[in-house]
Every structure is written in C-alpha cells, then in structure tokens.
Design a protein around this ligand. Structure first.
Ligand code: ZN
Length: 162
C-alpha cells in the first residue's frame, strides 16, 4: 500500500459507495456489475443486504475483497411453510399465469408479497413466497470502485445521485 492509499478515505456511514461486484452462488456466477455500472448506495443506510454492508466498513477506494454472506444475513433462511397451493380461479382472470413467473399478491394486511410460480397445471398454482435466494450462501467478489461522502441531499433522499 502506498502513502496516498493510506490517507484515502474508507467506507463508513453516510458515504456514497459505488461497488463493483460478482455474486457467486453454488459455484456459479449469479450476477455481475457491468463496466462503469456500479451498484450505488449509501453506507449505513440498510440499502443492501446486511451481511454485505457490514463487511464493507474500512475498505478503501480500489480495494478488493472476498465476502461470504450466510442466509440469515442475506435473503433469509428457506421457509418450508412459505409454499402453498392456490386455485387459478381465485386469481383475477387477466393475470398471466405461467410456471417460472412471478406474481405480486397482497396479504390480509395489504402488504405486497412476491410469489414465484413453481408449478401450474392449468387449474392450481403452486406458489413459493420465499425469496429466490433464500437459504443460499452468497459469495461476493467486490471492489470499491467509487467512494465519497454522500451529500446532504442524497442522505435526505436515501439514494446516491450518480
Ligand atoms: Zn434524489
């Protein structure tokens, strides 16, 4: 590490971070940022999964790190009970239904839930309300591609103005 790097700022609360990352799940690349299309967020703002955010503190601009995130600090444990069967007739007729697609449903409190259609036999749907990455261990290869203090306006808005 050279002198200039030692004095460079580190990832800390209320800093705007531009993160380059590759997400590997079960040994395969699940997603990857494009060149100059970093993931921007305000550190400490709970805008990314907790297990990733907590391990970025102290990183410097240009630094790379391998970060492992357990399900409980990622997208949650897989919940066997969050799977159910619904007759097609209970859904509005204009909703397109096909295996592998996502549906948005409202629970009794009016909260929007995303459901994955695991199976559809023309009559009944098997719906899975788990996040598609629930129960998965996430392996991130990250690089701090951009780093500066967030502006007051950004903190107020809760997002980075790129
Ligand atoms: Zn804004």
């Amino acid at each position: 590490m050279d002198e200039a790097q030692k004095d460079s700022p580190t990832v800390q609360d209320n800093y705007a971070v531009g993160l380059e990352y590759t997400l590997v799940i079960d040994g395969e690349v699940y997603e990857q940022t494009e060149e100059n299309q970093w993931l921007y967020f305000i550190q400490g703002g709970e805008q990314i999964i907790p297990g990733l955010e907590s391990q970025l503190y102290g990183m410097r601009l240009g630094e790379r790190r391998e970060i492992k995130v357990n399900p409980e600090e990622g997208y949650g444990e897989y919940d066997e009970d969050a799977v159910g069967c619904v007759p097609r007739s209970e859904l509005p007729g204009d909703i397109p239904v096909e295996k592998g697609a996502y549906l948005q449903m409202r629970d009794k409190d009016g909260e929007v839930l995303d459901a994955y259609i695991e199976d559809y036999d023309g009559e009944n749907l098997s719906l899975n309300f788990n996040h598609p990455l629930a129960g998965k261990e996430l392996f991130f290869l990250v690089k701090v591609a951009d780093l500066r203090p967030a502006t007051e306006e950004e903190i107020e808005h809760g997002h980075v103005h790129v």
